[in-house]
Design a binder for this molecule. Structure first.
Ligand code: PBG
Ligand code: ZN
Length: 328
């Protein structure tokens, strides 16, 4: 039993909620535009944008248009960008991923040329470049881990060589961080950082992204490489392994249904924790708003603050600019 002075009517928690100023004074969580990273879909060519049916207000852009968008985001205080390439042609081996004249190296150069201060990250995976849409090289009908590693490494070197500050392997191959770190170091790219999609779940929330990136697997699913959502301890193990392989930043993905893992990762690892609020999170909010059922800005802010409160240092979100606008 608590002392009588520690309970009602002496204790009234509502005192600290009595005004906006009082609430701001005691707010435990704060959010800065500089911790938001904006994902961007890049198509080859010049002067073109395309709508994405499943993600209203998000577009695919050519490198020149993407560079303009980066300029606008920088003005709002968003300083980092995560690039996904959508090549014109795909093949069985995903060779377009590491083409030094491909869509991503082109976009990196455009952006860095105009805005050297922008922090540019490039997603490193095969699914956008393979004709079968899987995240690795197929052998005997399965995604082969060890055959995929050199391709990922070569891709990371191509992007870092073009000027990317960060490479972000997302294919969930075992050993991908180590393979990439070794290749970067051998290639004289010691300063390129690795943000690993360490605990990436086989989630149904990636649907809108796969339409945007045209990366739906042609057969099967991604459950032999992405994680089972019933496993939390295994997610911590995945992060641990990536840290030991040399990751500079680790990620939990998706964010929304995985806040428990963000907070565990924050408590256990002393390096930046990123959380990816994925396409399905975006499209669920957007579509409910478009139906008149929820307030988009309010739900968006509540989601992003919950991810921050859980412990994310970096939040990757399609809403980055909209949030930054509100914070301003
Ligand atoms: C590719 C990749 C995916 C996402 C990021 N990188 C999709 C997938 O694994 O199918 C999803 C991002 C999102 O849904 O916003 N490996
Ligand atoms: Zn992939």
């Amino acid at each position: 039993m608590k002392d009588e002075f520690e309970i009602f009517p002496y204790v009234r928690e509502r005192r600290l909620r009595s005004s906006k100023g009082m609430r701001d004074l005691v707010a435990e969580t704060s959010l800065a535009p500089s911790s938001l990273m904006l994902p961007m879909f890049i198509i080859p060519g010049k002067g073109r944008t395309q709508k994405i049916e499943s993600m209203p207000d998000v577009t695919r852009q050519t490198p020149d248009i993407a560079a303009n968008a980066v300029g606008r985001a920088l003005n709002l205080g968003v300083k980092s960008f995560l690039l996904f390439g959508i090549p014109d042609v795909k093949d069985e081996m995903g060779t377009g991923a590491y083409d030094e004249n491909g869509v991503i190296p082109d976009a990196i150069k455009h952006i860095k040329n105009e805005y050297p201060e922008a922090v540019v990250a490039a997603d490193v995976c095969m699914c956008g470049y393979t004709s079968h849409g899987h995240c690795g090289i197929i052998k005997n009908g399965r995604v082969d881990n060890d055959l995929t590693l050199p391709v990922l490494a070569r891709t990371a070197v191509a992007y870092a060589g073009a000027g990317a500050d960060i490479v972000a392997p997302s294919s969930m191959m075992d050993g991908q961080v180590r393979a990439i770190r070794e290749a970067l170091d051998d290639g004289g790219l010691k300063d390129a950082a690795i943000m690993s999609y360490s605990s990436k779940f086989a989630s149904s929330l990636y649907g809108p992204f796969r339409e945007a990136a045209d990366s739906k697997p042609a057969f099967g699913d991604r459950k032999t490489y992405q994680m089972d959502y019933r496993n939390g301890r295994q997610a911590i193990r995945e992060i641990e392994l990536d840290v030991s392989e040399g990751a500079d930043i680790v990620m939990v993905k998706p964010a929304m249904f995985y806040l428990d893992l963000i907070s565990q990762a924050k408590a256990r690892f002393n390096l930046p924790i990123a959380a990816y609020s994925v396409s399905g999170e975006y499209s669920m909010i957007k579509s409910a708003y478009m139906n008149g059922w929820i307030n988009e800005n309010d739900v968006m802010m509540e989601l992003i603050y919950s991810i921050k409160r859980a412990g994310a240092d970096i939040i990757i979100t399609y809403y980055a600019e909209k949030i930054a606008g509100i914070l301003k």
